[in-house]
Design a binder for this molecule. Structure first.
Ligand SMILES: Cc1cc2nc3c(=O)[nH]c(=O)nc-3n(C[C@H](O)[C@H](O)[C@H](O)COP(=O)(O)O)c2cc1C
Length: 200
């Protein structure tokens, strides 16, 4: 799969079959993030990977899924993620205002490599940071930013290209139909691409 294919194929997946992900593949995801772009090359990001069933359940209990469709979109029992990557920031290394870009680049790198390796994933920010930090033993001087949930995908959300003219805060809401199929609208390219001058 080439990079563009992985980009188009990637969707947030919220239902997973339960085959475990190998430690080798999880290490490869972190290794890919490790060599990504970093503001001033400070490289403040550090990662905690959770795979043990009991810990996974504790992490799961600290996450909120799919705000537009809740409670639908929360992984059902037996279809929960099999691995979590906690993306953390070492505050001795970070540059205020800059490190968040590192987080974005690192997570997208992991998501795309995950797709290319057959994994499904969701990036989560609606998370209970104090509780998760306690569960994972994150020390002073290190801050939890995001959780990325991984697993073998048990659903295939569908990308919907919005039409020109379809704009606004209602049309961008993802939804689930009666068969629990997830649809994810994306803004039309004519609304976001401006050649030479904005709106010309
Ligand atoms: C910064 C950020 C925070 C997110 N937080 C959550 C979250 O807490 N829970 C969740 O279920 N999805 C979360 N998502 C996933 C988005 O809902 C998802 O990316 C968006 O609906 C587009 O769908 P797609 O990823 O399938 O293209 C987050 C995504 C980003 C980039």
């Amino acid at each position: 799969m080439d990079v563009f294919e992985a980009i188009i194929k990637r969707r947030s997946v919220r239902s997973f079959s339960q085959e475990p992900i190998s430690q080798e593949l999880l290490t490869k995801l972190i290794d890919a993030a490790r060599v990504g772009p970093s503001g001033a090359n400070r490289q403040p990001l550090e990662y905690v990977v959770v795979t043990e069933a009991d810990l996974c359940q504790q992490v799961f209990d600290c996450l909120k899924w799919a705000a537009y469709t809740t409670p639908r979109g929360t992984p059902a029992p037996g279809f929960t993620p099999t691995a979590y990557v906690a993306v953390c920031v070492n505050t001795e290394l970070y540059l205020e205002g800059i490190y968040k870009y590192d987080v974005g680049a690192a997570i997208q790198t992991m998501l795309l490599l995950g797709v290319a390796s057959g994994l499904g994933s969701t990036w989560l920010k609606s998370i209970n940071v104090p509780k998760l930090s306690e569960i994972m033993g994150i020390p002073e001087g290190v801050e939890l930013d995001s959780i990325v949930a991984f697993g073998q995908p048990a659903e295939e959300p569908i990308l919907v290209d919005l039409e020109p003219g379809q704009e606004g805060l209602e049309v961008i809401k993802y939804w689930r139909d009666d068969d629990d199929q997830q649809f994810v609208p994306k803004r039309h390219i004519s609304h976001i691409l401006h050649w030479q001058k904005y709106g010309a």
